[in-house]
Design a protein around this ligand. Structure first.
Ligand SMILES: [Mg+2]
Length: 260
């Protein structure tokens, strides 16, 4: 994977600045550091400042596995074009419905059934998070034996797609919507000409591997394998990426930059 911040990729960034590019970012592990208590996963003030600056100039989409209601307080004040939650099953933004009703009708009762089946795992110290359209089984602190048991039980859930994440097993309904297809849909709705997406986890691969009808700059955050073409070595470098994008906008819109 290539380092997008290397000087030789400056023309690529300028190309993004010159087009109507949709700038999309995963939240946990990408915009905000991973922390033990997910409710406290805040962006650094410096990151938020840069993200707001970018979002006030270009369409920014936040893409998360969290339920949107859970994301909202963490990104207050960021003027996003759209937000995608629940790994692609929930969306909101101007001109967009909150979700696909047909998907909700399929997914919600299925997830409710899984919740009943998985709740006994809480006795083993597994937190079963009900996100209404998907479940998250939180594995932090669990022994290898317990993790095995969680996997064995989750695999038996009908109509489920299991996506492992960082200290979590995501249980998603197979309904033909993921982060990749949701971004494609929103890209079409806003008429984008290019897409940048940065993400750190397994469900972000759904974006990296989806063929979209626009040039895609796919950035994997952190170490480990990924289908993304570019890598940002750690979450700590997200501010450098945002700075590079803002500078590319300045270079490609000199008049707008001068008036700011
Ligand atoms: Mg993430």
């Amino acid at each position: 994977m290539k380092d997008l911040l290397a000087p030789r990729h400056r023309p690529l960034l300028d190309g993004l600045g010159a087009r109507r590019t949709l700038f999309a970012f995963d939240y946990d592990g990408t915009l905000a550091p991973i922390v033990r208590d997910a409710a406290r996963a805040r962006m650094r003030a410096a990151t938020k400042r840069r993200l707001v600056a970018l979002a006030s100039r270009r369409p920014v989409v936040l893409v998360t596995g969290r339920a949107l209601a859970d994301l909202a307080p963490l990104v207050e004040g960021v003027p996003t074009a759209a937000r995608i939650g629940n790994h692609g099953l929930e969306w909101e933004g101007e001109g967009l419905p909150r979700c696909d009703r047909a998907v909700v009708e399929l997914a919600a009762p299925r997830v409710a059934g899984w919740l009943d089946a998985m709740q006994p795992l809480e006795a083993l110290g597994i937190r079963v998070e009900d996100k209404r359209l998907s479940l998250s089984l939180h594995l932090r602190g669990a022994s290898p034996l317990t993790r095995d048991r969680v996997h064995r039980e989750a695999v038996r859930l009908p109509g489920a797609r299991l996506v492992p994440g960082k200290e979590v097993l995501n249980v998603l309904p197979e309904v033909g919507l993921d982060k990749g297809s949701a971004l494609q849909l929103i890209g079409r709705a806003v008429g984008c000409e290019a897409l940048l997406f940065a993400g750190d986890d397994v469900t972000d691969e759904d974006v990296f591997t989806r063929s979209v009808p626009w040039p895609l700059v796919a950035i994997h955050v952190g170490s480990g394998p990924s289908a993304a073409e570019y890598r940002l070595r750690s979450q700590g470098r997200i501010d450098e990426l945002l700075d590079a994008l803002l500078l590319a906008l300045d270079r490609t819109e000199p008049a707008a930059a001068a008036s700011e």
